[in-house]
Design a protein around this ligand. Structure first.
Ligand SMILES: NC(=O)c1ccc[n+]([C@@H]2O[C@H](COP(=O)([O-])OP(=O)(O)OC[C@H]3O[C@@H](n4cnc5c(N)ncnc54)[C@H](OP(=O)(O)O)[C@@H]3O)[C@@H](O)[C@H]2O)c1
Length: 160
């Protein structure tokens, strides 16, 4: 699910041309590396990046900070772990301490991680949708954030 290195000039040049003709307003890229973003920016403006990132999978930490400095939105896919929903005793403990659910905490952590992060959690359940929306109002104290930060550093990366 990570980016595969290589030039993206050929497909992006076509999209940039469509943008020049006014058929596309903004361009975003998914599954890209910082090097591919740099190549893309030599061709056209990029307004957002969508890569795999969540409280347990943090290989894009530096990339997110760089995008924030450039005013580019970062849209993490699999914010809740995707096909393997996040499972972590630390996540559970923080959620219990805040009277929230683990998924709400995982989403609130992303929102507090960086101001350029926009969320697109997927669900087929209205109940989960309502639960997930409430994460926007959940403020995580600094001790909770420190505990959650340890998940991405642990060997099992989010495994129980
Ligand atoms: N650009 C890419 O290459 C790429 C790759 C993958 C995904 N995406 C996009 O990223 C977005 C999110 O991906 P995703 O939906 O696959 O992963 P996700 O948001 O990380 O996880 C969705 C899973 O979490 C469950 N879930 C959601 N809310 C929950 C809650 N409150 N409590 C318990 N379980 C909950 C859902 O089950 P329920 O249905 O039961 O709630 C579903 O199984 C989608 O728009 C997807 O299209 C993009």
């Amino acid at each position: 699910m990570g980016p595969s290195e290589g030039s993206i000039e050929e497909p992006l040049a076509v999209l940039a041309e469509l943008k020049r003709h006014g058929l596309i307003r903004h361009l975003g890229l998914s599954n890209i590396s910082p090097e591919q973003l740099a190549e893309a920016q030599s061709i056209t403006e990029i307004v957002c990046v969508q890569n795999l990132y969540n409280v347990a999978h943090r290989s894009d930490d530096g990339f997110i900070d760089d995008l924030a400095r450039q005013g580019i939105a970062y849209v993490p896919f699999f914010p809740l772990g995707g096909f393997s929903p996040l499972q972590s005793s630390t996540l559970d403990a923080v959620a219990a301490s805040l009277a929230a659910t683990p998924m709400q905490v995982a989403l609130a952590w992303l929102l507090q991680r960086s101001s350029n992060i926009l969320l697109i959690p997927g669900t087929a359940s209205l109940e989960h949708l309502r639960e997930n929306l409430k994460a926007a109002r959940l403020q995580l104290p600094s001790e909770a954030i420190a505990d959650l930060d340890s998940i991405g550093r642990s060997p099992g990366q989010g495994e129980r």
